[in-house]
Design a binder for this molecule. Structure first.
Ligand code: HPA
Length: 249
């Protein structure tokens, strides 16, 4: 088994890590089925890094149909212990405007009907894992320290609200989420984080803010378009490979 220093799961608008060198492609099939697409393993800053596009490399898998268990199980089977999830999100609170990078420390799960545990199958042990702090603090600190060394702005905390999608939210849903304490809204943060905890993986989320969530920005009637989302992700993604390099150095 190849050992992997860091696995990256890319979200909407992040379908490859161009800086990976000497890439090998793997297509594992797990006990839970096939992952979203090929896993590319290569080198970054002299370390072994795996990359998987969560929605598939052609963005063909909607959030509720992603095989989150297979994605994480495949990365683990290839030797990953540490997973950094890149999640494209909408920003709800002031500090999380478009193009901000945010390292949430909390989450609220509003998704439904997704397979959200390894305990799903008859005969498997029922797991009640601790999830009070859903992200691995030491991994969050590594990412924050790397951004700090580079002078890149990275919001150091926040609450990620995971919605069902694939439609975007109503203004009332975002108002409720803000009242609940959410800073970010995305569609893929759960069950990924919970499954990672059940699998014993170190896991953290780096949120890439693509747009103001519905009604949350300075123009509450702004329409959110995919063009805006992809342009902002592309711009914000300029900084992410530098952060990854610095955290691996
Ligand atoms: N809502 C949910 N998910 C998202 C958004 C949003 O506004 N933007 C990018 N992913």
């Amino acid at each position: 088994m190849t050992s992997i220093d860091l696995a990256i799961i890319g979200g909407t608008g992040v379908y490859a890590l161009v800086d990976l060198g000497d890439v090998d492609t793997h297509q594992p099939v797990t006990h839970y089925g096939a992952p979203s697409g090929p896993i590319r393993i290569g080198t970054l800053a002299g370390k072994r890094v795996a990359f998987l596009a969560r929605h598939g490399e052609g963005h063909s898998i909607p959030p509720h149909q992603i095989n989150y268990r297979a994605n994480l199980a495949a990365l683990k089977a290839l030797g990953a212990q540490t997973v950094l999830a890149l999640n494209t999100v909408g920003g709800i609170t002031e500090r999380c405007g478009p193009r901000a990078l945010v390292m949430p420390d909390q989450l609220i799960d509003y998704t439904w009907g997704r397979i959200s545990t390894l305990s799903e199958e008859p005969g498997t042990e029922v797991l009640h894992v601790d999830f009070g702090d859903p992200y691995t603090q030491s991994l969050r600190e590594r990412v924050l320290a790397a951004a700090g060394r580079l002078g890149i702005d990275l919001v150091a905390e926040g609450c990620y609200g995971a919605t069902q999608g694939p439609r975007l939210e109503t203004k009332a849903e975002i108002t409720r989420m803000k009242r609940d304490g959410c800073d970010l809204v995305g569609m893929t943060g759960m069950p990924e984080a919970g499954l990672a905890r059940e699998m014993g993986l170190d896991y953290a989320c780096l949120g890439i803010v693509a747009n103001w969530a519905a009604g949350a920005g300075p123009d509450p009637d702004e329409i959110i378009t995919m063009d805006e989302v992809l342009a902002n992700v592309k711009a914000a993604m300029d900084q992410v490979p530098r952060i990854l390099q610095a955290m691996l150095d």
